[in-house]
Design a protein around this ligand. Sequence first.
Ligand SMILES: *[C@@H]1O[C@H](CO)[C@@H](O)[C@H](O)[C@H]1NC(C)=O
Ligand SMILES: *[C@@H]1O[C@H](CO)[C@@H](O)[C@H](O)[C@H]1NC(C)=O
Ligand SMILES: *[C@@H]1O[C@H](CO)[C@@H](O)[C@H](O)[C@H]1NC(C)=O
Ligand SMILES: *[C@@H]1O[C@H](CO)[C@@H](O)[C@H](O)[C@H]1NC(C)=O
Ligand SMILES: *[C@@H]1O[C@H](CO)[C@@H](O)[C@H](O)[C@H]1NC(C)=O
Ligand SMILES: [Ca+2]
Length: 505
Amino acid sequence: MYFSRFLSLHALWVTVSSVIQHYPSVWGHYDVCKTQIYTDEGKIWDYSACQPEAIDMMKYVKVNLDPPNITCGNPPENFCGMGNPYMCNECDATIDELAHPPELMFDAEGRHPYTFWQSTTWKGYPKPLQVNITLYWNKTIELTDNIVITFESGRPDLMILEKSLDYGRTWQPYQYYATDCLDAFNMEPKSVRDLTQQTVLEIICTEEYSTGYMANSKILHFEIKDRFALFAGARLHNMASLYGQLDTTKNLRDFFTITDLRIRLLRPATGEIYVDPHHLTRYFYAISDIRVVGRCKCNLHATGCREENKKLLCECEHNTTGPDCGKCKKNYQGRPWSAGSYLPIPKGTANICMPSISSIGTSPKHDRIWPNISSLGVSNPNQECNCNRFGSIRDRCNEKGMCECKQGTTGPKCDKCLRGYYWHNQGCQSNVCDNELQICLNGGTCEKNVRCLCPPTYTGVLCEKPSCEGNSEACNTGQRALTLPCLILLLPLIAPLGLSGFFLF
Ligand SMILES: *[C@@H]1O[C@H](CO)[C@@H](O)[C@H](O)[C@H]1NC(C)=O
Ligand SMILES: *[C@@H]1O[C@H](CO)[C@@H](O)[C@H](O)[C@H]1NC(C)=O
Ligand SMILES: *[C@@H]1O[C@H](CO)[C@@H](O)[C@H](O)[C@H]1NC(C)=O
Ligand SMILES: *[C@@H]1O[C@H](CO)[C@@H](O)[C@H](O)[C@H]1NC(C)=O
Ligand SMILES: *[C@@H]1O[C@H](CO)[C@@H](O)[C@H](O)[C@H]1NC(C)=O
Ligand SMILES: [Ca+2]
């Protein structure tokens, strides 16, 4: 066991050191999709997993308010300060200086910081004053930093942040906000600091941001970074660990992925237990800023994401296509499409699309996982039928003029491998691992279908076993439980990664 762990670490280290030689500048950033390298065979392309940088997503957002006529100023009305009900102002949609349209939630850069959207006041009390603010991009986005909402009128007494992953067709809650979680949502109040790696996907109700007018802060967070920190460490110094988790845990990846956000404002700040029905002009919503930072989800097949006809699109590489690079280009469907992988660190695996059988000859080399068509070079035709010498049972065709293939082999000439097999020297052998059926677990990466490169804390053919057997204490503390030999081996690996990870966000 120690021996095999050493082997996989050693392999990892060899990979990493060879990468350092070629790519001193791309450490763990995933900011390059391909590089030209020199080998014995001459200049060739080497492909890596790549992703766009994180940007201010509010530049590309579209917003929808429900009910549509909820913005103040039509007709004009007065609103008053909560602390001092006699300090009043006017909202008038027809006068620029007195209007509070939704755009003022997104005008952050270079404009007055306190421009804000404002709702009508709570004239209809006790009928609830509720607003849905839907933010949508028509593009899948991966959040990389906290969502931050700034309220100018005191933070709402009740609010739900929701997300959609399917362009607004279905919605899931992201977080509940209330002055009293038990009373409002029948949920125990929690803070993001109560979450662990095991409970990171839990949807919580927090009372931290709903103390309304009485608290000094106007800001409400949805904490992305605190959740990242559960995997990457308090200062996000070990992004490699986070990326490893994201790679292998779809639920975790999906948790941070959105197409839409919805802010459901359910009850404005009241600042006290009872609403004063004589001063309803004190109760309304006002938001001066919303911050959403993230990157276009391009399945690790693009570094560019551009706006075209008011729509964000990944600039797909690796012969992928689609808004999220979610499929292979025409004539590049030689193997099933697959997202790129963050592993092995620091360059990941590109999982490029391969030319379809008919267009072979331009097959790019040096992607780490070989497709079943890689067998074609080995083809050793006989005179009559060109049956592959290694892949077919006999040299010659049978009576029907067909080659008869060995187990795991397919194609008219028996020179291709069935799903789950790879070509090795003299025919098709069963995959030890792949990206479809025999997936390496716990952040492991499949190397050339013959073995999983496991992260240091896991071992086994598919990295299915924690590598801390016989040391249950070490098992319990998870990632921190590296044994001394592991640490020594890993130190040169993790340290520089930590630095680059730190600059990533
Ligand atoms: C908004 O429109 C609805 C009907 O469309 C109406 O019932 C409601 O009174 C309007 N609200 C305001 C503040 O104008
Ligand atoms: C907001 O959205 C929720 C969920 O779809 C819906 O039930 C509610 O009626 C909406 N509220 C408003 C004020 O539009
Ligand atoms: C969203 O994007 C798709 C293409 O990905 C496009 O066909 C559709 O019209 C867009 N919808 C909106 C509302 O912009
Ligand atoms: C994609 O296909 C083009 C030809 O259409 C080729 O020049 C290019 O190298 C291919 N890229 C990858 C990543 O395979
Ligand atoms: C092998 O190639 C064929 C087409 O050439 C394709 O249909 C099949 O899915 C491929 N299998 C694997 C495991 O990539
Ligand atoms: Ca503003």
